[in-house]
Ligand binder design. Sequence first.
Ligand code: SF4
Length: 418
Amino acid sequence: MMGSRQVEQGALFYNFSIGAHVPVDHLLRSIDRFVDLSELRGDLAPFYSSMGRPSIDPELMIRMLIVGYCFGIRSERRLCEEVHLNLAYRWFCRLGLDGDVPDHSTFSKNRHGRFRQSDLLRRVFETVLQRCMREGLVGGEGVAVDASLIKADANRQKGIEGEKGLPLEATGRATQEYLAKLDDGAFGAATEVTPKFISPADPAARWTGAHGGQAFFAYSTNYLIDVDNAIIVDVEATTAIRQAEVLAAKRMIERSMERFALYPARLMGDSAYGSAEMLGWLVHEHGIEPHITVFDKSARQDGTFSRDDFTYDHVRDRYLCPGGKKLTTTGTLVNDHATMLYRASKHDCAGCVLKLRCCPNTPARKVPRSIHEGARDMARQIAKSDEGRMSRRLRKKVEMLFAHLKRKIGRASCRERV
Ligand code: SF4
């Protein structure tokens, strides 16, 4: 017999527990056990007036942000709607069945105002990291660094020529933030090269063709991770060029030392971090082993001997050329005091049978050597070892986290600085 739904008079009272309707294996249940925002109110207190109507609870907004990040909800308006409708989100945000969800404009104002001024999101991030450290998830021995381009939500067709600069009428928040960052080494001061195009809607985004295809506006997100369990120990947003990414790596390493006493024994990274200066900074200033591919453009393409064909004698501080003659230095520094020149004698070169393969256009051969060449040699040695091979595998964990960010959390692009 076909049944039918009984339409009855609605009950006067319901016995309803919102928590009972959130599945035990729901992601938010797992997260909720570890979320501790007890210090949040104290951090934000200076940014609220002591008078007037009570504000929206900041903990509610942070919990909503966590929902947004976990489920790839990027629009503030949609996040407010989803939290309003979804029982699990309501439960996580402690809203109950009839709690009011803040208006999306209030949410947005707090996020871009108080939260940013108080650096609240970094505090939340650090609270999570400290918890990971207490749980023993961060070894602190080996860390890896990498950067990934995040496409800016800026229309590439509306870019204006970089040489012309921003129009005078551009005064929005994104422009103000861009102007405030002009002297920051991770943004405006990272390079003196004027970009080909600037986005008037998001001027801090950098025009880049780094992916090899069509150029676009982008930022870089930089991660420093502990390789034991791929825990992100620091993050920094920069403009999308290599110099800024290297600076971000230094900032993250120093910050994790200052804030959390994390002194890694080795840093893993690709050749973007393999400049002589960066390797010297790691080895000589911080005693960190560079498990990094050396950035080396000394190989010659014209068939003449490259620097690798000359053997450096550490004890006597001199090179031996393929003809067995010595190249010495006076110790004078050139190229911004970063390089020493080692010269062969004109007499040796003049009578050398290898001259055409060595220095066909000059009377004698000279070989430049960075003052950080010792650190580069160390990185080369490590790269050939089993440890180096293992490090190259481990550093792929950062790429996995970038894939997670872009594919699962849906942050392949952003509207402004992340
Ligand atoms: S040309 Fe000079 S530096 Fe080059 S191999 Fe001959 S002696 Fe050595």
